[in-house]
Design a protein around this ligand. Structure first.
Ligand code: ZN
Length: 617
């Protein structure tokens, strides 16, 4: 276990005064001891963590000494909320709720021998928010907090920019009243934190460390906060989501907040007073910073568990957020909307794809009825895509030789791109140009974006073709696609007479919007907009419960969480109330190693009990 000290700087110096060396008060978030033996100790007061660096044997000596010195500390039992020692950590987490903390620690409440069987109804929940720059996340935060409190949860807010970034990377000086300067300074500091640590998920780890530092401790073991929700805003990189999902597997939810670019631009320029040109730069940088450790909001957004939209209709936003919280808290009467259902089917279709680079799925629906499905894969003669099947001669379930790309061992699209590059290099080097320069320029060019030579039929096209094979008209229908259509699919979607396209994942190489600006409108229809004179195909971001948690939250028997009941033994429906509800998916307050220990302990106790019974008989 990593070393930790949660007292003051003066107290730490006093405890370690036997070590010859020099203390450096580097900054408010880092203190350093350089021992004369060569070892270096770094102490981070906000989280209490102690890290070592330097060369052996000085490093080992220092480490051993510090461990022995800190081991005779007095046990920490005082609740953090009253202690002023954990500088920063507590102040950083603004517990914004009036909901009282339940003082009863949950582990003690478990019945010995039944720890794994008992649902932990006080389970914590961590909610991450993501939205492109200019999205009014505070609106969503406020509504979430309100609803979570109705479910008797205490809400703690953790803002990465205010609490985590200053711990690792001090943003430079800026005028606090200048919103543009502040945003740029914080974006720079976030990029720097990812770069200097070489870890794109570092800010999420910092958030977890702050939550950890805020915990009460019993016999050196951190305790869970009963019925507490932490809202982390905002996440900016896929690696941050990955880290939080690893740390809080069943207890972490990502909420993606959609707002049209026009709306975000207006918010930045009108509400925040940023110049138009600066607002445009911010929006561009925020989506996908062209540096290795830059933020990647576009690549992160589609990882969300839930998608909500801000379009000026606050009643609708509030209703969406309440429904999400009700679902998380096991309301058995929340069922999928048609859009959610169709998108889940599109996702299910994507799972059959054996494509070498990505799995995409799509469905076509007409009048709220799914009429066709498709995935991206190679076509087979007779219609449709390949399925693996049992071969009685080889006794294996297998695909046709030379059928799908993985059976042929290559991606024809990449091979052809390579051939084009080779042809150009051949001609230009003959003319005396430098081969390596030409080759790297071509490799970096959009030749690599060409999809022309792929053997796979795209999911949207296959969904439309499946309707053709079944002689089902698709006019005025909707295409649900897990990914934004490419320009090639887009023109066929328009020609087929489709009215609406709903998508989750962006596809930046798509030229659909640019090439077909005459026929396509991307984004939500703003509330109150009159039906446009010219008929267009509307391409809308998906809103609702995403495919990731669809199964866990909507299946009343088979999800990962507790099963739900809708009626009692007499056949009457059971009432669900937010104030007495519990989380559907609960995190037991044990790590897997502790769970393993608990399991073996339970087994031993059961064995003893059986043996005692036997002896008694
Ligand atoms: Zn396509």
């Amino acid at each position: 276990m990593a070393e930790r000290f949660t007292g003051t700087f003066e107290e730490l110096k006093e405890k370690l005064r036997g070590i010859p060396g020099k203390w450096n008060d580097l900054n408010p978030s880092q203190k350093q001891l350089r021992a004369t033996s060569g070892g270096i100790l770094n102490w981070y007061p906000a989280t209490g963590s102690i890290m070592f660096q330097g060369k052996s044997p000085g490093l080992q000596e220092l480490q051993a000494y510090v461990v022995s010195k800190l081991a005779d500390r007095t046990p920490e039992t005082a609740p953090v909320a009253t202690g002023g020692n954990r500088i920063g950590a507590v102040a950083a987490l603004s517990a914004a709720s009036d909901v009282p903390i339940d003082a009863q620690p949950p582990v003690a409440a478990a019945v010995p021998g039944r720890e794994l069987d008992q649902p932990y109804s006080k389970s914590e929940i961590i909610i991450g928010l993501i939205g492109a720059v200019g999205t009014e996340l505070e609106k969503v935060r406020g509504m979430l907090k309100q609803r979570l409190e109705r479910c008797n949860y205490r809400v703690v807010e953790l803002r990465i920019t205010e609490s985590v970034i200053p711990l690792i990377s001090e943003p430079g000086d800026y005028d606090v009243t200048d919103h543009f300067a502040r945003t740029v300074a914080l974006m720079d500091a976030g990029d720097k934190a990812r770069k200097v640590t070489g870890n794109n998920g570092i800010l999420a780890l910092g958030a977890a460390a702050l939550i950890n530092a805020s915990r009460q401790v019993d016999n050196g073991e951190p305790l869970p906060w009963p019925r507490t929700a932490t809202i982390i805003s905002s996440l900016k990189h896929p690696a941050e989501v990955e880290e939080l999902r690893k740390i809080y597997p069943l207890g972490f939810y990502l909420v993606g907040v959609q707002a049209d670019e026009r709306r975000r631009f207006e918010y930045l320029t009108k509400t925040k007073g940023i110049l138009r040109e600066n607002a445009n730069n911010l929006i561009e940088r925020d989506q996908d910073a062209p540096v290795e450790h830059g933020q990647k909001v576009t690549d992160t957004f589609h990882l969300s568990d839930f998608f909500v939209r801000i379009d000026g209709d606050d009643d609708r936003l509030r209703a969406s957020i309440e429904r999400i919280v009700n679902l998380i808290f096991g309301n058995p009467y929340v069922t999928p909307t048609f859009d959610e259902y169709a998108m889940f089917l599109a996702f299910a279709a994507s799972l059959r794809s054996a494509d070498l680079s990505r799995q995409v799925g799509a469905v076509v629906a007409v009048d709220e009825q799914v009429v066709g499905t498709g995935a991206n894969d190679c076509p087979k003669a007779g219609g449709g895509l390949y399925w693996p099947a049992y071969n009685p001669e080889t006794h294996e379930i297998q695909d046709q030789q030379d059928g799908r790309d993985y059976m042929r061992g290559e991606d024809s699209n990449k091979i052809e791109q390579g051939k084009i590059i080779d042809e150009i290099v051949k001609v230009t080097t003959k003319a005396g140009l430098d081969e390596s320069v030409i080759r790297s320029a071509l490799s970096a060019s959009r030749i690599r974006d060409l999809t022309e030579f792929g053997r796979v039929v795209h999911a949207e096209m296959e969904a439309l073709l499946s309707c053709g094979r079944a002689r089902v008209p698709v006019k005025d229908g909707t295409v649900y696609s897990t990914t934004f259509p490419c320009h090639n699919c887009a023109k066929h979607i328009i020609a087929a007479g489709i009215k609406r396209v709903v998508f989750i994942e962006p596809y930046q190489k798509s030229k659909a919007e640019e090439f077909h600006s005459d026929s396509i409108e991307v984004g939500f229809v703003p509330p109150g907009t009159p039906t446009s004179v010219r008929p267009t195909v509307r391409f809308e971001p998906f809103v609702g419960v995403g495919p990731r948690r669809f199964f866990d939250l909507f299946s009343i028997r088979l999800g990962s969480g507790r099963p739900l009941k809708r009626k009692d033994s007499t056949g009457s429906t059971l009432e669900w109330k937010p104030e007495s509800s519990n989380l559907r998916l609960q995190m037991l307050p044990f790590s897997y190693l502790r769970l393993e220990y608990v399991a073996s302990d339970m087994f031993d106790r059961a064995l003893t009990a059986t043996k005692e019974k036997k002896d008694a008989n």
